[in-house]
Ligand binder design. Sequence first.
Ligand code: FES
Length: 351
Amino acid sequence: MQADFHKLQVAGIVQETHDTRSFILAVPESLREAFSYRAGQFLTFEVPWDGMQLRRCYSLSSAPQTDAWPKVTVKRVEDGRISNWFNDSVNVGDWILVQPPEGRFVLRSNEGDHGIVLFGGGSGITPVLSILKAAMRTTERDVKLIYANRDERSIIFKDEIDLWLADFPQRLEVVHHLDSESGFMSVADIQEHIRGWEDGEFFVCGPTGYMDTVEEAFKASNIDAGQTKFERFISPIDPDRKDESAVVIPEQSDDEIPESFTMVLEGRSHDVPYEKGLTLLVSAEKAGHKPPSSCEDGYCGCCMALLKSGKVNMACHDALEPSDIERGWVLACQARPASREPLELDFDAEY
Ligand code: FES
């Protein structure tokens, strides 16, 4: 079932840099549970635009342990319909439609005292700062932030990061990289930054080129994909642009359709009947189960499950990294069986 949108009031706005503002949202008592969140998650907004309802996801820059209200930070994107609307037209006291928090870009609970390495590129700092704050407040783990920006004036949260550094000089290390002074960060630079942290937990968010370079460096330094999490800026496609991005998935032929599949959910195994054309998520819902889901559009990652056997095709897998797919993760809202072989889907698997 798609998560509902709720009206939240903008309680405060902070001008972070010349092109970036943060929006603090007041959550009424009745919605506190729905809007409880983990550091690193994101919110989805629905905005009326030229007769359409456009949706955008923005990461929370707040952390539940350090901020009274959820806060998102929005940097202008050239020609970006909604990022410019946020920066030009939203005022304190306005009401906006918001879906409850989602996302798996969060600290694992069982990492012991392994270090945490955070890579933020530009406005990719938002979920990374949220994780930094939660890690400083709730763990004893060492944290290293490597933060790349175009130039000095583009650095979002500079003062806030300095305050964390002043509070935790023993546990927190921060590296600022400015492209204007040193050029783009290279694979070799990144390998140098992570030397000595190889058994840590890694989080990366930023522009595509930056994330690709960091991923390449991880491979070169033999960092296991299971230690890394990447957050890409993904939002649903606008209704008037859907055709440009249409993904064609192969028609299911009758000999590709299993009569049922096995689903593990909340500690129990179920046999779920399957009908041609349905996704695994819809099949499970038709059978009376309630697997996790939210956007049903392939971008939130909420319906991720581990495919333990069988084959599927996915219409969209934006929320997954190539390494997730290699390890067998699928989006149940997008996956349809692609063979008759026994198919087992595990929603309880540890990511
Ligand atoms: S419900 Fe959002 S990706 Fe499947």
